[in-house]
Design a protein around this ligand. Sequence first.
Ligand SMILES: C[S@@+](CC[C@H](N)C(=O)[O-])C[C@H]1O[C@@H](n2cnc3c(N)ncnc32)[C@H](O)[C@@H]1O
Length: 205
Amino acid sequence: MRAIDLARRPEPSEKLAFLRGFLRSPSSVGSVIPSSRFLERRIIHSAGIGSARVVVELGPGTGGTTRAILAALGPQAKLLCIERDPWFAEGLGLIDDRRLIVHRGDAVDFATTLADHGWSSPDTVISGIPFSTLPRSLCRQIAERIAHGLTPGGCFVAYQFRPHVTGFFTPLLGEHETSDLELRNVPPMRVYRWRKNGGIDGCRK
Ligand SMILES: C[S@@+](CC[C@H](N)C(=O)[O-])C[C@H]1O[C@@H](n2cnc3c(N)ncnc32)[C@H](O)[C@@H]1O
């Protein structure tokens, strides 16, 4: 496993691309600058990426979190990124890594997207989707599809400014295992982790 490059800061061009994305769709992008390297490190640690095999990232944006995942991911593991903004998806396509597939589409189509790529249930799902600003009905559908699609024992990690995500996932996956606050990010974010313990009705510990 390679160490995350803590010296890596988003390039000015990456920050500008992110800001443009926010201006295109504020409720969908949710913040004005990409995640800090400190938040990236916390996400990677929480998800235990070094031992993950099949990883899905929802809402990779300009790809800072994607590069951090790839830096920590094992050589035989694979990563599918699902991003609905076409400009962000195009930029992600420039990341040259044989373990990575970039899919332009909506997280709500999680199951069909996995099937289209011939993938089995992921053991890890990481989400940057802002569950506090998207329509509630969409959030509910996305949560149901992730909870169904995740392999039993797999984990779901979401980094969020507000706690709305718990209202969608706790009824499906039970209480979160961890929720760590990262202050060195604008805005400060909490990294939540749930673990799926069984079928959708039997997930609670
Ligand atoms: C807060 S940004 C996170 C970007 C990046 N991962 C980071 O940490 O810097 C949220 C991202 O989720 C994407 N997004 C929002 N709703 C989505 C959906 N339903 N399906 C796929 N991507 C979505 C947005 O386009 C945006 O790129």
